[in-house]
Design a protein around this ligand. Structure first.
Ligand code: PLP
Ligand code: COI
Length: 340
């Protein structure tokens, strides 16, 4: 095991031993290649650089008390990457290449998979880019698929403590019929300025509204949004948000816990009715929301936690999700793939 202060890790990049690559050329995918270089050689006219032909994924591997490494719902990440690829006309990556690459990255970097009980995990970042040259606005005919991994701690420095969120009304991250449902770099570029401003204003993240009417909640920085009221888990249905695998899992866990689940448009005013709110995602896990401030609207401040603690339902959801991921709770939905 590497000599790393696992408990002190934040969500950042740490150099590991190897990454894995696969090239699509002449109409077919090649063999997986293992590399110890952190750089990729790239044509200056590659479509990923000019026309945003790139998609990525984020998934985690967890070391259990039994020493085994568990990968959470990689097949869902593969499906989403396939969907992203189709959405921006990239060559998609077959599921066996996706999994073999993820598995190899874990196996070759085992000493970087954090020990059980440290709160850290191993984050895998599959990346698909148009590497072929084009000058006209056209899809590339060559692609590069890379997977690297890095040990990470909590995405928000608060960890599992309520965070303060800024509601954004003067910017959108994605259009209703645009690319918000795909995990493509352009959406993140569109969110950088408002995200950075939220941080400078002392908030952990920006909360985006639907970009057409500005009436409904979309998502929360790099995470989906959920609210809890009357024993119900409520989460936005929108054509411009990323279908979060964590949220999908929490909807199932909520149902298993006996909660009702509603996926529907969530009007901003409904914030006043929620007993608890949270942001959820692979990186964010569950981040309880303490306050949401409508600084550009009527100035309203919605408060969900007065004592600096998460609410009881969020705590249960969090414990159940992590319990399954670390192998402490039965994986009855077959979400976990074990690597010995
Ligand atoms: N929304 C956005 C914009 C994200 O970047 C992410 C992160 O992947 C999520 C939501 C959460 O998705 P998931 O739970 O699949 O990680
Ligand atoms: C994730 O949760 O995996 C993300 O992609 C979030 C972010 C770091 C982009």
């Amino acid at each position: 095991m590497k000599n790393i202060e696992w408990e002190k890790l934040s969500f950042g990049y740490t150099t590991t031993n190897y990454n894995v690559r696969c090239y699509y050329k002449n109409g077919k995918w090649g063999e997986l290649e293992v590399s110890s270089s952190e750089h990729i050689p790239i044509h200056m006219a590659a479509t990923c650089l000019h026309y945003g032909q790139e998609a990525f994924e984020g998934l985690k591997a967890f070391r259990g008390k039994d020493g085994k490494i568990r990968v959470f719902r990689w097949d869902e990440n593969h499906k989403r990457m396939e969907n992203s690829a189709k959405g921006i006309l990239m060559q998609d990556v077959p599921s066996n290449i996706f999994w073999e690459a993820c598995k190899k990255v874990i196996e070759l970097n085992k000493e970087f998979v954090p020990p059980f009980g440290t709160g850290a995990s191993f984050y895998l970042r599959p990346l698909l880019i148009g590497s072929g040259a084009q000058v006209g606005v056209k899809p590339a005919d060559e692609y590069l698929f890379v997977v690297f991994g890095t040990p990470v701690g909590p995405y928000f420095k608060e960890g599992f403590k309520p965070v303060n969120i800024q509601l954004v009304r003067d910017a959108d991250r994605a259009a209703p019929l645009g690319t918000g449902i795909y995990k493509v770099g352009g959406n993140y570029a569109a969110s950088l300025a408002s995200g950075d401003r939220a941080h400078k204003n002392g908030f952990a993240a920006a909360l985006y509204l639907d970009s057409k009417e500005k009436k409904y909640i979309d998502e929360c920085g790099p995470a989906n949004f959920f609210g809890i009221k009357n024993n119900t888990y409520v989460t936005p249905k929108s054509s411009s948000i990323l279908p979060s695998i964590t949220n999908k899992s929490l909807m199932q866990i909520a149902e298993d816990m006996g909660l009702k689940v509603e996926r529907r448009p969530v009007p901003v005013e409904e914030l006043a009715e929620f007993e608890e709110c949270g942001a959820c995602g692979t990186a964010a896990v569950i981040s309880p929301i303490g306050t949401i401030e409508d600084t550009q609207g009527d100035g309203k401040k919605y408060v969900f936690s007065k004592d600096g603690k998460a609410g009881p339902v969020s705590i249960k959801l969090y414990e159940n999700l992590l319990g399954i991921q670390y192998g402490e709770i039965e994986d009855k939905h077959n979400w976990v793939t074990i690597i010995d």
